[in-house]
Design a binder for this molecule. Sequence first.
Ligand code: DP6
Length: 366
Amino acid sequence: MDTAQFISKANTNSVEKASFTWQTPSNIALVKYWGKSNPQIPRNASISFTLNNCHTITTIDFMRKRNSELDSESEKVVDFDLFFEGKQKDAFKPKIAEFFKRIQEYCPYIFDYKMTINSENSFPHSSGIASSASGLSAIAMCLMSLESELNPDLSAKEINKKASFLARLGSGSASRSIEGPMVVWGNHPEIEGSSDLFGVQFPYKVHPVFDNYQDAILLVDKGEKQVSSTVGHNLMHEHPYAESRFTQANENLSKMSEILQNGDIKAFVNLVESEALTLHAMMMTSNPYFILMKPNTLEIINKIWEYRTENNSNICFTLDAGANVHVLYPENEKEKVNHFIENELSIYCQKNHYIYDTVGLGANKM
Ligand code: DP6
């Protein structure tokens, strides 16, 4: 695979001090990524809606080390401090340190700087909403801002592509959090330009029924994730159904591509829910096995099905690797469905907590 293209070129400029702030979104997969090989290569292609309101805002201050502060070649370390919502957060440091280790080959300039990272999420901490996609894509964009000052020839397209490549090395789904409104990650014969190394905008014209699609996130369980993504993806290594799942996911991406273009919303509903339940089925049929849904997850799913039949609605649900429910619906149903959520679904949420979101366009420089 052509990873050499992502090694930064020799710097043309010198930058002593810089600060960049990026807001990058979370995303919700329609066809799920579940199973990977080293280094962060997905076993099947996935596609997601980029979100709008659920995002991370990260500032990185870069201060060039003086010559006396530079490490010798053999003991180079990436030097950074991390603050989350204003407070030093050493607990998050190992994940970020591991990320820097994975990308140092592509961004050797990170050794030349002392970095101070300040990050905050728009969604409440420990809401059960994964922050790795938005968190790592934000750091990747800040690094690319520095890189483009060091190398002003980089085009906007190259910047996004490499940012997605870097973000992927931190967290696979983060590769889908640079652009919007729909991003494919993973090489797929029917998606032009798709790659295992980075996410690409869904390259075909999308039917207007999917414009401004709504996603209400129902927070059923705000606790820490029961299964970390590393453990989760590893479950697919010895999984008896792994190979057929990867084949199915790629077939589902072909179907999803058709659906997004032809606007067959009934088929969309069917495929999205089937993907969500299949993801959970993979967890239930692995060893060790997990049930990540909670009783209220099932209550909500049943209510959604009832509502859909009674109202001839196109509402549907999807799930991440947890108990929270993403309720997806077209914009023209917004008023009625929001009513339904407030009156009938919010009681199943922890502290009645839910978040309205919509499909968004990706990273924003602040
Ligand atoms: C269930 O991207 O969190 O949300 O690459 O180990 O960081 P790592 O995994 P991660 O996995 C996301 C899994 C998922 C499905 C998806 O977003 O496609």
